[in-house]
Write a protein that binds this ligand. Structure first.
Ligand code: 5RP
Length: 212
């Protein structure tokens, strides 16, 4: 077991305990979420309605008997739970290590409470690059120029929504201003900067961890 796996599991189990019968739940993507899914399934909670932020999560949840539906009928969620690549004490995070940041942000924004679950190694003093981006293929070279310095992922990965994945490699001096820059660039479908307006709570696994 990797040293931080127990912390991921702890954070995931703490978050799973927040799930209540009848809730509408958003399920994130990644290794930490892989501990969340069995923790939810083990509770045998009734009348859950869930949406998933990636095909991987959808199939893993389905295999555990967690009902997942397309995210086109539910217009709000009670709770969304997801991992992060970095998180600060003031609830800024970088997400998208697995390339799901667009769907993850849509799900987080639809949730009354968005909870981030991390191992303690994800907690940082200040966010640092890369910031994952999902980019429209149309006009890609112009978009890359607008968000320079950004590198496409080596495998030129394409998302389920048809976007191309890249990583912004520049400095993150002003998080808000950088988020605004991405949001004002039409070819950016989604970016991995998540602020405290979206994140209601961070659960850090492990004895030295805590929640903010
Ligand atoms: C996926 C994400 C993940 O939550 C993030 O990359 C953390 O993943 P892991 O739990 O595997 O470390 O944002 O796009």
């Amino acid at each position: 077991m990797a040293p931080n796996e127990q912390e991921m599991r702890d954070a995931a189990e703490t978050a799973a305990a927040l799930v209540q019968p009848g809730m509408h739940i958003g399920l994130g993507t990644g290794r930490t979420v892989a501990f969340l899914l069995p923790a939810i399934a083990a509770r045998g909670i009734e009348n859950l309605r869930c949406v998933a932020t990636s095909p991987e999560t959808e199939s893993a949840a389905g295999a555990l008997g967690i009902p997942v539906e397309p995210f086109d009928q539910l217009d709000r969620l009670d709770l969304a739970i997801d991992g992060a690549d970095q998180v600060t004490q003031d609830r800024w995070a970088i997400k998208g290590g697995h390339g799901a940041q667009l769907r993850e942000k849509i799900v987080a924004a639809a949730a009354d409470r968005f909870i981030v679950i991390v191992s303690s190694d994800k907690v940082v003093e200040a966010l640092h690059p890369p910031v994952p981006l999902e980019l429209e293929r149309f006009g890609l070279a112009a978009t890359l120029r607008a968000v320079a310095p950004t590198a496409l992922r080596p495998d030129a990965a394409v998302t389920p929504d048809g976007g191309v994945l890249g990583d912004y490699q520049g400095a993150i001096d002003d998080r808000q201003a950088l988020a605004r820059r991405f949001e004002q660039t039409p070819g950016v479908m989604g970016h991995g900067l998540f602020g405290p307006a979206l994140i209601h709570r961070v659960i850090v696994g492990g004895a030295t961890g805590g929640t903010t």
